[in-house]
Design a protein around this ligand. Sequence first.
Ligand code: EPZ
Length: 420
Amino acid sequence: MGDFVVEGGQRLTGTFAVNGAKNAALPLLAAATLADGPVVVHNIPLGIRDVQLMLQILRTLGMRLHSPAPHVLEIQPPTRLETTIPEALMRQMRASLFLAGPLVARTGRVTVSRPGGCDIGVRPIDLHLKGLKALGAELEDLPGGRLVVSAPRLVGRKIYLDFPSVGATENIMMAAVLADGETVIDNAAREPEIVDLAQFLTGLGARIYGAGTDTIRIVGVRRLSGGEHTIVPDRIEAGTVAIAAAITHGDVEITDMVPEHLVPLWRKLEEMGVELIWQPGGDRVRVRAGPRLRATTARTGPHPGFPTDLQPQMVALMTQAYGVSTMVETIFENRLKHAGELGRMGARILTDGRMAVIYGPTPLESATVEATDLRAGAALILAGLAATGTTRVVGAEQVERGYEDLPRRLAALGALVRAA
Ligand code: EPZ
């Protein structure tokens, strides 16, 4: 179990180039199993652990993968796809469930494991299965949590999502592109990663309309060709670095990103007194923070609400703001564990269910703290940047699940962060 060691007190300055989005790469790699020709993907964060895991799964399915250059991946689909996802790999990453939709559409059958919960919640898959069953798939539970999803043919249907689940929207979309007839997903998730997946599939010949809105229409086609795609910038990585700049009262230009994807974060940072400079249609944001941050209130929500994946990082920032801040986590039932770890560093945070009340500013002292999930890990690194002395964040591999080479890239901004 590796750790990150952070020396606090450095003001971040300089330029940070954002990578392609992990949460776009994972469903896209699953969707590549739908192609019956070669696929080339650009701006893919190959150094991220979860992406490496997905590549391992694709290899076990028979896909031939080659990376001719950094962040470029060539995928050759096999003549015959395996249809069983290895249990050991499924248990390591919930996102392997993304393979259910495309594989049942492409081969008529897939064997997966019901993914376990994780530190941020139970993470059920009922909406994924409701959608696949609506398209005509049969589900058969096998011993040991294994699940066989099968369908000789999928038939398009109207599907209502009780919650705008990102993964369920993506899984159903990937199954519907080869179904007979038209599928409509009502109350669909609207995240930018959904739009990116739809653009990738459209490039392969799929017919998808309305991605990015809460109603997505898919007209099934007989087959999908190969194609080429550049993955959308990672808005969560960009937001994490913006908060790192704010918590160190720094001055950072974040490039290779889409500012419009993070308006909720910009509004909250402006309420706290952070200066943000960006142009609509541009590919960068400059983040400048003075010595005095103001408290604010925030609540997470489905896009375009405040992203739950930036909630822990925002709570860390709120510990340095003058006044009483609140954060309500509406997406996951157990995603405030970082409050206890921040408390070990001197933060004053009360939590009750899905709400945190943060009293600031509190000077943060060095401590040894534990990353309970990848975004909590990132939040603790940010807190370490603002703390006096040396903070040890245990569980670096959690952070490496979602961020490629973060210590080196933060060090380029002046942070004293190293893997230990
Ligand atoms: C995606 O997870 C992201 N992961 C998560 O990012 C992100 O936090 C989440 O969307 C919300 O934005 C990837 O894209 C790989 P959901 P996903 O289905 O698809 C409930 C990170 O840090 N739900 O939108 O699993 C669920 O319990 C990760 O990068 C059901 O009830 O999220 C949760 O409360 C963490 N039934 C809520 O919906 C279902 O069938 C949101 O889940 C599915 C979900």
